[in-house]
Design a binder for this molecule. Structure first.
Ligand code: C2E
Ligand code: MG
Ligand code: MG
Length: 517
C-alpha cells in the first residue's frame, strides 16, 4: 500500500499544480461572479429603497401644502403671512411657500403679498390631476435658479405652492445611494439631481425606477470602481478559501486514489467489466472410471492485490449487491466455454456456485431462462450448487420450494454444496428436490480416522440413495481418502488427487489426456 502511494510521489507536484490552478480558477469564478451578483442585488435593493424614500418625501411635501391650505384663506393678511412663514420655517423641504386662488394667481407668499400668474402648462397639469397636485422644475422668479415647485389646490380653488432647491428633494435619495452609487434623478425631461458626471470608472450595471405620479425617474448606476473596491477588500478571504479548497481537493484526490486502489473497488470494477476468470475442476466417477462433470470456480488476479480468494470475492460481491452479476458472469463464461469447445464438452455437465439468497429472488429463474436462451449449448448441461449457510424461515421455505421447481423446470440441476457444514440436515434433503449432494471436504479429511464421521456419512449415503440423489465427495487429496470414500460407496469424487481447478485450455487438455475409457 505504502509502496503504491510512494509510487505516486513524483506526480504530487503535478497534482498540486493542477489542483492549485483548478481551485484558483474556481475561487476566482465564484468570488467574481458572486460579488457581481451580490452588487447587482444590492443595486436593486438600494434603488427600491431610494424610490420608496423619494415617494415618502413627495407625500410629505403635499401633506405640508395641504396643511397650509387647510388654515389659509383668500387674503394676504398678517395671519396668512404668518402661517406661510411658520410653514416655511418648519418645512424640511421648502424655502418659500405661497398661496394661489382659483384663477391660479399666486397672491401671497411668506415674503408678503405678490402677484404672479402660474404658467398655463402647470395649470392644465393641476386640472388634469385627480387630486389636484403637480410638481415642476423651472427657474424661480425670486431665486432665478432652477427650482423645484410643488402645487396643491383645494377643491374650492384655493391652493398652495412650495419652492425648494432640487437638492432638498434629492437628499432622501442621497442618504441611501451615496457614496457608493451614482444616480440621475429626472423630472419629466429635466435633470432634478445628478452626480453621474463624477463617475471615475466605467458603469457595470444600471437600475431604473420611476414615480409615474410625478413623472420622475431615477437611474442608479453601479460603477466598476465600487466592484473593484469590494474585490480587493475580499482578497484575504479569497486566499483563505483558495487554501481550504486546495486542501479539500488534495485530500479528496488521495481518498479517491486510495479507494480506487482498494480491494472493494477493484472487485466491483472486475465484476462490472467481466474481467474475472473461471477455472474448472473435473469431478471423476469412480465406477465408470470417467468424468462427465466439472465445477466452475471463480478466479481473479488483481493487478494491485494479487490472487484474491474466491471466498473474499463472493463475500465482497454480496456486500456490494453484485452477487447476481457475479453469477451471471460465471454462467456466461461457462456458456462461452461450451461454445468454444463444443465437441470436447459435448458430454460434460458444469456446476456453478450460487448464493442461496439469489435463488430466493423473484427474477432469478427468469434471468436464468434468458441466459439459457442466449446459450442453448448450456441446456441440460448446467447445474447450480447451493450452500445452505442459514436456516430458512417460515416465509422462505415455501418460496424456496417453488423457486426450486421453477429452476428444475428449466432443465437445470441442483446440488447441495458443502453438505454437513451448513444448515442442510437430513430432513431438509427430503423437502427439496436436489439432484446431487456434495459432502464437504471436512468430512472427507476425517473420514478415515473418525468413527463417528464414518457413521454419519454412512447414514447420509443411505438416505441419498433412497432419495435418488447423486453423491460427490469433495476435497479428496490422497489415496487413503479416496479408498475411504470408495468404501463408503460414494461414486463421484472431486479433489486435488485427480485434478486441481484449471483454466479452460488446461482442463480441455486434461480431459484429452484422461480420455474416457
Ligand atoms: P466450493 O463450491 O465448495 O468449491 C470447492 C472448493 O474446494 C474450491 O475452492 C476448490 O478449489 C477446493 N478444492 C477442490 N479440491 C480440493 C482438495 O482436494 N483440497 C482442498 N483443500 N480444496 C479443494 P475455491 O475455488 O477456493 O472456492 C472456494 C469457495 O468459493 C467455493 O467452495 C464456493 O463456495 C465459492 N465460490 C467459488 N467460485 C464461486 C462462484 O463463482 N460463485 C459463488 N457464489 N461462489 C463461488
Ligand atoms: Mg461448489
Ligand atoms: Mg463445496
Amino acid at each position: 500500500m505504502f509502496k503504491n502511494i510512494s509510487a505516486l510521489m513524483p506526480s504530487k507536484k503535478k497534482v498540486l499544480s493542477f489542483y492549485g490552478l483548478l481551485s484558483l480558477l474556481l475561487i476566482l469564478t465564484l468570488f467574481t461572479l458572486g460579488l457581481y451578483l451580490s452588487l447587482l442585488n444590492d443595486l436593486e435593493n438600494k434603488t427600491t429603497a431610494a424610490k420608496r424614500a423619494l415617494s415618502e418625501r413627495m407625500d410629505g411635501i403635499f401633506t405640508e401644502l395641504k396643511q397650509v391650505t387647510d388654515d389659509a384663506d383668500l387674503s394676504c393678511d398678517r395671519d396668512n403671512i404668518k402661517l406661510l412663514r411658520r410653514a416655511t420655517f418648519y418645512s424640511p423641504t421648502f424655502k418659500e411657500i405661497g398661496l394661489f386662488n382659483s384663477n391660479f394667481k399666486v397672491y401671497c407668499s411668506n415674503l408678503g403679498p405678490i402677484n404672479i400668474k402660474i404658467y398655463d402648462s402647470i395649470i392644465s397639469r393641476i386640472k388634469g390631476s385627480a387630486d389636484r397636485k403637480t410638481v415642476s422644475l423651472m427657474r424661480s422668479n425670486t431665486l432665478s435658479e432652477s427650482t423645484f415647485f410643488a402645487f396643491y389646490q383645494r377643491s374650492d380653488g384655493l391652493g398652495a405652492n412650495g419652492l425648494a432647491p432640487p437638492d432638498r428633494i434629492a437628499i432622501s435619495v442621497d442618504i441611501i445611494l451615496l457614496p457608493d452609487y451614482f444616480y440621475e434623478l429626472t423630472l419629466g425631461k429635466q435633470i432634478l439631481s445628478s452626480n453621474r458626471e463624477g463617475i471615475d470608472s466605467s458603469v457595470m450595471a444600471e437600475q431604473e425606477a420611476s414615480l409615474a405620479d410625478w413623472s420622475m425617474s431615477l437611474v442608479v448606476l453601479l460603477p466598476s470602481s465600487l466592484y473593484w473596491r469590494h474585490f480587493w477588500s475580499l482578497l484575504p478571504v479569497m486566499l483563505i478559501c483558495w487554501a481550504l479548497l486546495l486542501a479539500a481537493f488534495f485530500i479528496g484526490h488521495f481518498v479517491l486514489v486510495y479507494y480506487r486502489r482498494s480491494l472493494r473497488h477493484c472487485i466491483k470494477r472486475a465484476i462490472k467489466s467481466e474481467t474475472m476468470e473461471v477455472h474448472f475442476q473435473p469431478i471423476v466417477s469412480l465406477n465408470a472410471g470417467c468424468f462427465h462433470e466439472m465445477e466452475a470456480l471463480i478466479r481473479w488476479r488483481s493487478f494491485r492485490h494479487g490472487q484474491v480468494s474466491p471466498l473474499v470475492i463472493v463475500d465482497m460481491a454480496d456486500r456490494l449487491g453484485l452477487i447476481d452479476d457475479l453469477t451471471w458472469m460465471v454462467i456466461r463464461k461457462v456458456g462461452d466455454f461450451y461454445r468454444e469447445y463444443p465437441e470436447q464438452l459435448r458430454n460434460i455437465k458444469t456446476a456453478v456456485n450460487v448464493d442461496r439468497h439469489s435463488l430466493l429472488k423473484e427474477g432469478f429463474a427468469d434471468t436464468l431462462a434468458t441466459i439459457l436462451e442466449e446459450y442453448p449449448e448450456l441446456k441440460g448441461r448446467l447445474g447450480l450448487e447451493v450452500t445452505e449457510t442459514s436456516a430458512l424461515n417460515a416465509v422462505e421455505l415455501p418460496l424456496m420450494v417453488s423457486r426450486f421447481e421453477h429452476i428444475k423446470a428449466l432443465g437445470v440441476g441442483l446440488s447441495v454444496d458443502d453438505f454437513g457444514t451448513g444448515y442442510a440436515g437430513l430432513d431438509f434433503l427430503r423437502r427439496f428436490p436436489y439432484d446431487t449432494l456434495k459432502l464437504d471436504q471436512v468430512f472427507i479429511a476425517s473420514l478415515k480416522d473418525d468413527q463417528f464421521t464414518r457413521q454419519v456419512l454412512t447414514s447420509v449415503t443411505k438416505l441419498a440413495k433412497e432419495l435418488n440423489m447423486e453423491l460427490v465427495a469433495e476435497g479428496v487429496e490422497r489415496e487413503d481418502q479416496l479408498n475411504a470414500v470408495r468404501e463408503l460407496g460414494v461414486d463421484r469424487v472431486q479433489g486435488y488427487y485427480f485434478c486441481r481447478p484449471l483454466p479452460k485450455e488446461q482442463v480441455i487438455a486434461w480431459f484429452e489426456e484422461n480420455t474416457i475409457k
